[in-house]
Design a protein. Structure first.
Length: 452
């Protein structure tokens, strides 16, 4: 740098190095969001349907961060990956929403079908979405399973079954597993939508398959819980309950936890299907159990049952003994999410509940405008859930610099971080430019005087 002495060069180098490091540190927090281990990529969090989030920061107050208005009932459950939330509505629209601020990124409308299926529009999306390898998958009342580009919402392929698809897809190793009201459990190539295998049960399959150790588990309206070989679709075992099985299985530690419309929660041996225990409730159990820290959490009293139980239960995962129960004002279709020491679940009474996972004490209750059958999802300390009032809700903390309560950490938006980075770089550049200009001016003046 002509005319600039060595101390100045050292100073400028130091300033530039510090600014670079500062920018990298700021941008690394943005990158952390993109690669967050808190991602909730499918129904009930993972292929085992544990319903457990590793997030250590969750809202202990019913602080509404944002809500997004859709065009219809939202009975589906959200999936969140890399800061994008994916969810569908009963009017056949799939949405991609910014998980931090609730702004819409894109939407995709299922082709209109004028038929009505069981009193619901045949384009309804009540299947929760699964996100993998840059693609979004979901089932629809129009009998199809759709695959969209996760970034743009463009349709990549669709696969037609014989009836409504309310089951939520599970994806592993490039294969998608899902049930249909045509009675089949399907294995589909997730890349191109071609069928690998299907297994015909004795009733419609609304249950969402869980996967563990090379096996697929699902319930059926024939009253059975099935285990299949994930590669071939061969039946390994089945267990017969006393009624329809709408609940989806949760598989962990070689045990299968599932509810039945025979008013029981079951724990089965995942290897051979033998019953380990059952817990009798007073109503249907369509809620999918969440299993965390040695406990099973589940809602009861499906809305269509004559005398809904209206409770949320915590059971010992090993013995099935009741630890606590919490009474709601109506049945509970929603499946619980567990994060930190808290349980989040929706109620047919229109409420979103936050309970202490150890004691069942009510931490907070938020009233939406209609039923909540959607199952909450947790991502980076924020709780998301849909409602029949046409909204998707996000509960968490505003983008502040203070910590609102113990065990929580306010979030910094990626947009804000980018603004800070750009501003800092501009300031540093301005300082550097000023120093260079002054040095150059001094050098020019000295040089001019020397030549006079």
């Amino acid at each position: 740098m002509k005319g600039t002495n060595r101390p100045t060069i050292i100073l400028l180098t130091f300033v530039l190095a510090v600014s670079t490091i500062f920018c990298l540190l700021l941008s690394s927090s943005s990158i952390a969001y993109a690669n967050s281990p808190d991602n909730w990529p499918m129904f009930h969090h993972d292929i085992g349907h544990t319903g457990y989030s590793t997030s250590s920061q969750t809202p202990i107050q019913d602080t509404l961060l944002w809500n997004y208005t859709t065009n219809s009932v939202v009975g589906a459950s959200p999936a969140i990956v890399n800061g994008h939330l994916y969810i569908g509505s009963d009017a056949g629209v799939a949405y991609c929403i910014n998980a931090l601020d609730g702004s819409e990124i894109w939407n995709f409308s299922v082709p209109i079908n004028s038929q009505i299926v069981h009193g619901v529009e045949s384009i309804a999306i009540s299947s929760s979405m699964a996100v993998a390898s840059g693609k979004v998958y979901f089932g629809c009342y129009d009998r199809n399973i759709y695959c969209l580009n996760a970034a743009t919402g463009a349709e990549l392929w669709n696969f037609t079954t014989g009836n409504t698809v309310e089951s939520c897809p599970s994806i592993i190793n490039g294969y998608l597993y899902v049930g249909s009201w045509d009675g089949n459990v399907y294995c589909i190539n997730a890349a191109d939508g071609t069928k690998i295998w299907s297994f015909k049960t004795g009733g419609l399959v609304e249950s969402s398959p869980a996967i563990a150790n090379g096996y697929v588990f699902a319930g059926s309206a024939d009253g059975k819980v099935y285990c299949f070989d994930a590669s071939s679709g061969a039946e390994i075992w089945n267990y017969t309950t006393g009624n329809i099985v709408e609940s989806s299985p949760t598989v962990i530690d070689d045990r299968v936890y599932i509810g039945s419309d025979d008013d029981n929660v079951y724990c089965l041996n995942a290897t051979n299907g033998n019953k380990i225990w059952n817990y009798p409730t007073q109503s249907w159990v369509t809620s999918t159990p969440a299993v965390a820290n040695g406990y099973v959490y589940v809602g009861t009293g499906e809305s269509g049952s004559a005398n809904p139980d209206k409770n949320i239960y915590c059971l010992n995962a090993v013995t099935g003994a009741k630890i606590w129960n919490f009474a709601t004002r109506d049945g509970v279709d929603s499946s619980p999410a567990v994060a930190w020491d808290l349980v989040y679940i929706g109620g047919w009474d229109g409420s979103v509940y936050c309970l202490n996972a150890s004691s069942g004490a009510n931490i907070w209750t938020y009233a939406t405008g209609n039923h909540v059958s959607s199952s909450p999802a947790v991502w980076n300390g924020i709780v998301y859930v849909g409602s029949w009032d046409h909204h998707v809700y996000a509960f968490g903390y505003p983008l502040t610099t203070s910590t609102p309560s113990p065990g929580t950490q306010p979030l910094l938006s990626v947009t804000a971080e980018i603004v800070y980075i750009v501003a800092f770089v501009i300031v540093v550049a301005a300082i550097v430019a000023s120093v260079i200009a002054v040095r150059h001016k001094n050098y020019s003046r000295s040089h001019k005087q020397a030549t006079q």
